[in-house]
Design a binder for this molecule. Structure first.
Ligand code: ATP
Ligand code: MG
Length: 379
C-alpha cells in the first residue's frame, strides 16, 4: 500500500499543547509518532477536536518510561495515559494489528499484537478516522482515501461492513453519530448492513453502551442522531421502552441549545425524559392495585429503571437523580402552599422545574399554569 501524503499546516492554536509535548518527547526518543483519528479529522474540517489521540511504534512500556507522570492501562489492549492533571490525560497507543491470535484450543494467545503503521490503519473503523498527522513534517498520511471522503463528506468503512460490524457492533452507532456530526452520508454498504445487523448491538455490555450513549446524545446534533438510530432500528437495542414523542424531541433540542451556550448538561435529565412515558404507563397499571400514590410511583420507577439497565447500564447516582426528577413532578403539579418553600430549596428543584417546563411545552400543555406558578415562586 502506498499512502497519499498531503502537506497541511494546522494553526498551532488549534493543537493541544500537552499532546504536542507528548509527540515531541516520543519523537526525540527516536520513535515514529503521529496524531491520529478524530483529532486529525476534526482539524481538517476546522472543528475543535474533543481529544487528541497519539499513535506510535514505541511499545507501551517504552512510552511509559519516557513520562514520569504516566500509567499503563488496559488488559486487552495496553495503552499509556500521560497525565497532565487529575482530569486531563493524553492517550498513547502503540501501532497494532487488528488480528487476534488464538491457539488451537481457541484460547486467545495474543490480543495485543503490535504492528506497523499500515497494520494500525486497517484496524480502525472508517476511512475518515484513519488519518495520521506527522507534526514534524506537517503532513497528513492517508492509506485508505480518508482525505477524499472528508472532501466528499462520505463515510466508508475500512474492510467489509458485515465483518467489521460483527467484530464490534458499536461501530454501527459510531457511523450514525459521525454521519450527523459531520453532515456526511453513509455508504450504501454501511446503510444496508446496519439495517441487517442492528440487533448485534444487544451483545455489547451495558456498561460500554452507557459511555456510547453519552456521546450519542450530549452534543449539538442529538435529535438528528436519535432520528437516525430509530430509522436504522438501533434505538430499540439501546432504549426498548422509549418511543418518539414531542417531549423527547424538545428535550434533545434543548440539550443541544444548552451545549451551544456552554451551559451545563446532565445525562440524568435526558434519560429521565426518555423513560418518562414508560414510567407513566407502568404507574397507571400499578395504581390499579396499589392504593398509595407514592408507593406506586416508586415501584413504577424501579421497574422501568431495572428494565433499562439490562440494555444500557446507568450509574447509581444517575438513577437516583432520575427518580428525584420523576418523584418531584406530582409534587410540583399539586402546588401545595405548605410545600412551596421546601420544594424551592430542594437541590433538584431546578432540574425538576426544567422537566416540568418541557412537559408543558410538549405532551402536557395543561401544565402551563403550573409552570407559571413555579416561575413566579422562584422570583
Ligand atoms: P470523537 O472523539 O469525536 O468521538 P473519534 O474518532 O476521535 O471521535 P474516539 O472514540 O476518540 O473517536 O477514537 C479515536 C480513534 O480510534 C477513532 O478515530 C478510530 O480511528 C479508532 N476507533 C475508536 N473506536 C473504534 C472502534 N470501535 N473500532 C475501530 N476503530 C475505533
Ligand atoms: Mg477522539
Amino acid at each position: 500500500m502506498k499512502p497519499v501524503r498531503q502537506n497541511v499546516k494546522f494553526d498551532k492554536k488549534f493543537l493541544d499543547k500537552d499532546a504536542l509535548k507528548v509527540v515531541n518527547t516520543i519523537h526525540k526518543a527516536g520513535f515514529e509518532v503521529y496524531l491520529v483519528g478524530g483529532c486529525v479529522r476534526d482539524l481538517l474540517l476546522g472543528l475543535e477536536p474533543k481529544d487528541f489521540d497519539i499513535a506510535t511504534n514505541a511499545k507501551p512500556e517504552q512510552v511509559h518510561k519516557l513520562f514520569k507522570r504516566s500509567r499503563l492501562i488496559g488488559r486487552r489492549f495496553r495503552l499509556v495515559h500521560v497525565m497532565f492533571s487529575a482530569r486531563k490525560f493524553i492517550e498513547v497507543a502503540t501501532f497494532r494489528s487488528g488480528q487476534v491470535q488464538t491457539a488451537k484450543s481457541g484460547v486467545i494467545v495474543c490480543d495485543n499484537c503490535y504492528g506497523s503503521l499500515e497494520d494500525d490503519v486497517v484496524r480502525r473503523d472508517f476511512n475518515i478516522n484513519a488519518l495520521y498527522y506527522d507534526i514534524h513534517k506537517q503532513e497528513v498520511i492517508d492509506y485508505v482515501g480518508g482525505l477524499k471522503d472528508l472532501e466528499a463528506k462520505e463515510i466508508h468503512i475500512i474492510g467489509k461492513a458485515k465483518l467489521r460490524f460483527s467484530e464490534d457492533p458499536v461501530r454501527m452507532i459510531r457511523a450514525i453519530r459521525f454521519g450527523e456530526k459531520l453532515s456526511a452520508s453513509l455508504s450504501d454498504e454501511i446503510k444496508s448492513c446496519i439495517l441487517d445487523q442492528a440487533s448485534l448491538l444487544s451483545n455489547i455490555s451495558p456498561a460500554r453502551l452507557y459511555e456510547e450513549c453519552i456521546k450519542l446524545f450530549q452534543n449539538e446534533y442529538s435529535f438528528k442522531v436519535y432520528e437516525q438510530l430509530e430509522k436504522y432500528g438501533l434505538l430499540k437495542h439501546l432504549f426498548k421502552q422509549t418511543h418518539k414523542n414531542d417531549f423527547i424531541k424538545k428535550a434533545l433540542l434543548n440539550t443541544s441549545a444548552r451545549i451551544k451556550q456552554n451551559k451545563p448538561v446532565t445525562p440524568a435529565f435526558l434519560f429521565a425524559v426518555f423513560l418518562w412515558q414508560a414510567q407513566n404507563e407502568r404507574f397507571v397499571m400499578i395504581k390499579k392495585k396499589q392504593r398509595s400514590f407514592y408507593l406506586a410511583m416508586n415501584q413504577a420507577s424501579e421497574e422501568v429503571i431495572i428494565n433499562q439497565i439490562k440494555q444500557v447500564s446507568l450509574p447509581k447516582w444517575l438513577t437516583a437523580r432520575i427518580r428525584d426528577i420523576w418523584m418531584m413532578q406530582p409534587k410540583l403539579e399539586k402546588m401545595h402552599p405548605k410545600k412551596v418553600q421546601d420544594l424551592l430549596q430542594n437541590p433538584r428543584f431546578r432540574m425538576a422545574y426544567d422537566f416540568l417546563l418541557l412537559r408543558s411545552q410538549s405532551i402536557n400543555p395543561e401544565l402551563k399554569d403550573v409552570v407559571k406558578f413555579w416561575t413566579k415562586a422562584q422570583q
